[in-house]
Write a protein that binds this ligand. Structure first.
Ligand code: BGC
Length: 791
């Protein structure tokens, strides 16, 4: 069955569309219609005699793969599921992220979607944010660089990106209401720069505003955010779209700079716009400016569309039954095979080797050598423990969930390498409904969790999300607190099998209910049964001498007490997408050399984390009291120990850093060249991420000890050496000085004269080379105010 053609699709992109000509021909009502979505996924089409036909634009979710609705609510057309953004963040690889986004763009064209809703470049203020798996990093430069690469990749395919969620959307609790209260310096230095970088480098066709308020005003109607900062300061020219249902007052939002409201409201908000113009409350020129931008978007997506790639896309034109797979012809049109291979390559680049202890006698020899990689030919008995090996966690929950074209289980991939030497035992309960959704009722049942109101049949859905979220929170609490009798039996069974192992590969991580949109975690711990399982396996290791390797599947940090020191190796696989299983097996057996580096700090405990005292706020307000100190900026400023620092990630080879050289190219412009040499002094080829940090130890204001200002990922054969070069600009040394009168802004960028510390390292806490440079004061001066003292 082919779903009926959507009414909004009926006008097709036949001829190129000139926004100015079209605008002049439209009535006020038509212009207003263009500014309010037709429904969930389509903008309005206009098709009447005398006006060039304006096709609808179809948008689809991303950003980890295409999520196009089939026409049946919450049923999606299959597409390739790539690693999620937090996994891609760990690659520090602009070129790879660009290629992934290009593939998503190609799939969007094949399925007939013109704008993909992503990437998300929000900062990870707290590791508890349930949506952190959708964001790249705790550092704005890294998130901005990868976000720009993503936008560039997708738009190179003629498909628009939607940079989201602008701005300060750093928690999901009360996300549609909460007001973020912070100073402008914090916004300018931490929460804005990733957006600013993507806007200025990659010009996304759309920017999506966030749900929350900033300084009391919803982002969707915050003129300072959408016009003063985004358009006037950064020069953004594209369309600003609302997050779904984030528009509270359509007219106020339009005046603030919000062009397109999504989804549609069945004509209600169009009428509000028309009435506001009629009453004189709204100037028609504001409607025109927004409509012009939407028409421009229509014109560029239509220009990109050709016969094979117009609204429906070639895959959809072959027909698709909602909920069914794609035919082999459709998979070929999608590029599924090639994209699965890319998903595998990307997942491999995300893998982050956190720990790799040496043990004498490992792999048969006398010498103490690192436990990983395992030797494919050693003949060792391998016991794989953990249900995620069989049903992998590939992505997080919510609007980014993709219906994958296929899923490779790590267990199959390990068996493909090591054959019948591999035994498997689930170790804990994990019953996915399908590859991307936990089966909540089954999970409840499996964990013996029963609710009072469920028993009496009193449970009622008060609002669409309230009840599922309440159940999810209750389930998380239960999973974190108790080990059920059923789980205990699985642990006993795992022990009885693991005692015969030479190598135990234990899969652990977070169930989907711990990482989903509209929801935050309460704890950083793994579920209690997994902690108990790892403890039991550690006992086996101590008794039998088996090697114990832990593979983690989680989109954001977890704590590792009490098992961390009792395991030999930890491989962080993140939420690695549909081909993650193959990549994990490749890394375990050394077919690839892991090169991921943490894009976010792994704390020792929750109470160490930034913003924790006022996390999620109270009475509708959350104060970012920690200011610019989030992530490693926080841990470094306090000299606080972490489990694994920002930038950390091991390799099967070793890199040496040398020959640091700095040259001030232009003192007034603050342009500084930093060069160094990196040599692969280990036994095999691998990639290293060279990280450049800058600090201003004697600043007038409190500044983080170091901030990432450059990074390069380099591939080196064994013995190979390479020169790496960075050029720093004035802004890399500057802070946002609130004492300067910046007009609409409270402040301006200021580079304070003096000595700056330049550090190059393999992580934020593994600085290999350091020096200082001296620069003059930047001549940004406060503007004269009536009360300025002259002379
Ligand atoms: C999410 C967006 C998403 C949109 C459409 C919203 O709830 O916050 O990220 O793109 O829904 O699904």
């Amino acid at each position: 069955m082919t779903p009926e053609r959507h009414p909004a699709e009926q006008a097709s992109a036949a001829q190129p569309l000139d926004p100015e000509t079209v605008l002049a021909a439209l009535t006020l009502e038509e212009k207003a219609a263009l500014l309010c979505g037709h429904d969930d996924w389509f903008t309005a089409a206009i098709d009447r005699p005398g006006v060039p036909r304006i096709p609808a634009i179809e948008v689809g979710d991303g950003p980890h793969g295409l999520r196009k609705e089939t026409g049946v609510d919450m049923v999606w057309v299959p597409a390739t599921g790539f690693p999620t953004a937090s996994a891609l963040g760990a690659t520090w690889d602009r070129a790879l992220v660009r290629r992934v986004a290009q593939a998503i763009g190609r799939e969007a064209r094949a399925e007939g979607v013109q704008v993909v809703l992503g990437p998300g470049v929000n900062m990870k203020r707290s590791p508890l944010c349930g949506r952190n798996f959708e964001y790249f990093a705790e550092d704005p430069m890294l998130a901005g660089e990868l976000g720009a690469a993503y936008v560039d990749g997708i738009q190179s395919e003629g498909v628009g990106a939607s940079l989201k969620h602008f701005a300060a959307n750093n928690q999901e609790t009360e996300r549609t209401r909460v007001s973020v209260e912070t100073d402008e310096r914090t916004l300018r230095e931490i929460y804005f720069p990733a957006f600013e970088r993507v806007v200025s480098r990659a010009a996304p066709w759309t920017v999506m505003c966030s749900y929350n308020r900033v300084g009391g005003v919803h982002a969707s109607q915050n003129r300072w955010l959408l016009t003063d900062v985004l358009r006037l300061d950064w020069g953004y020219q594209g369309v600003v779209v609302s997050d779904w249902d984030a528009t509270h007052d359509r007219v106020a939002a339009l005046k603030a700079g919000l062009d397109l409201e999504m989804p549609g409201t069945g004509g209600r908000t169009e009428r509000e716009i028309v009435e506001a113009v009629a009453s004189g409350e709204l100037d028609e020129s504001v409607v025109d400016a927004a409509a012009r931008r939407v028409l421009h978007l229509v014109s560029i997506v239509s220009d990109a569309a050709d016969d094979e790639h117009c609204l429906d896309g070639p895959v959809m034109r072959r027909g698709h039954e909602p909920g069914a797979g794609l035919s082999s012809e459709q998979l070929a049109l999608l590029g599924a095979e090639e994209h699965h291979a890319l998903a595998r390559e990307a997942a491999a680049c995300c893998l982050t080797l956190l720990r790799n202890e040496t043990r004498p006698g490992t792999h048969g020899g006398e010498e103490a050598v690192p436990v990983l990689p395992l030797d494919e030919r050693s003949g060792a008995n391998i016991v794989v423990v953990g249900a995620y090996a069989e049903y992998p966690r590939i992505q997080g929950g919510g609007s980014s969930g993709v219906d994958p074209t296929q899923v490779d289980a790590p267990l199959d991939a390990i068996r493909a390498v090591a054959g019948d030497r591999v035994r498997y035992t689930p170790g804990y309960v994990h019953r996915p409904l399908n590859a991307y959704q936990d089966d909540l009722p089954a999970l409840f049942d499996a964990h013996d969790v029963v609710f009072e109101d469920d028993k009496t049949g009193q449970a009622r859905r008060t609002a669409a999300l309230v009840e599922p979220l309440r159940r999810a929170a209750a389930l998380r609490r239960a999973l974190t607190a108790t080990v059920s009798a059923k789980a205990q039996r699985l642990i006993d069974e795992a022990e009885s099998i693991a005692v015969d192992a030479d190598v135990i590969v234990a899969f652990a991580g977070l169930p989907l209910v711990f990482e989903q949109e509209a929801d935050d975690r309460e704890s950083l711990a793994l579920p209690a049964d997994q902690i108990a399982l790892l403890g039991r396996l550690a006992e086996v290791r101590e008794r039998t001498g088996a090697l114990l390797v832990v593979v983690l599947s989680n989109g954001s940090p977890v704590t590792m007490d009490p098992w961390h020191d009792r395991v030999d190796a930890i491989l962080e696989s993140w939420l690695p997408g549909q081909a993650g299983g193959l990549a994990i097996a490749d890394a375990l057996f050394g077919r690839i050399n892991p090169s991921g580096k943490l894009a976010e700090s792994f704390p020792l405990r929750l109470t160490d984390t930034p913003g924790q005292p006022n996390w999620t706020g109270e009475r509708g307000t959350v104060r970012y009291g920690e200011g610019v100190f989030i992530g490693y900026r926080w841990y470094d400023a306090l000299g606080r120990a972490v489990r694994y620092p920002f930038g950390h990630g091991m390799s099967y080879t070793t890199f040496r850093y040398s020959d640091l050289d700095t040259t001030v190219l232009d003192p007034a412009a603050g342009r500084v060249r930093v060069a160094c040499r990196v040599t692969n002094v280990g036994p095999r080829a691998g990639s290293e991420v060279v990280q450049l940090y800058v600090g201003d130890p004697d600043a007038e204001v409190r500044r983080p000890p170091r901030e990432l200002r450059g990074f390069e990922k380099v591939w080196l054969d064994a013995g190979q050496s390479i020169a790496v070069e960075f050029v720093l600009e004035s802004r890399d040394f500057a802070y946002w000085d609130s004492a300067i009168d910046g007009g609409a802004a409270h402040g301006a960028w200021r580079r304070e004269g003096g000595e700056f510390r330049i550090e190059v390292g393999a992580s934020s806490r593994d600085i290999r080379l350091a020096t200082t440079v001296t620069l003059p004061d930047d001549p940004v001066l406060p503007a004269l105010r009536p009360d300025s003292a002259l002379g």
